[in-house]
Write a new protein. Sequence first.
Length: 89
Amino acid sequence: RRPNVKLLPSSFDQATFGGETPYRLMFGPDICSYDVARIHVGLSWRGANLLRDTEIPLRYEDKDGYTHLYTLVVRPDNSYAVFLDLKER
């Protein structure tokens, strides 16, 4: 499993940080096995976690041993785009 980036609220407690810690934004690869591999996008709004409805699957070649560039562009109109190695997914 490769790490995601989590942006946390200023009120979070480092002593109790864990998987259930509330976040403002979570983004990055979610690779549990070769069967479960996707780009994870999650935003939080008013205490609710808003996950993307459709998954962004990772292809076989995306899961090689090389470094990849994951990019999330959040626009002022609340839309966003996801890029992997500079290609929009």
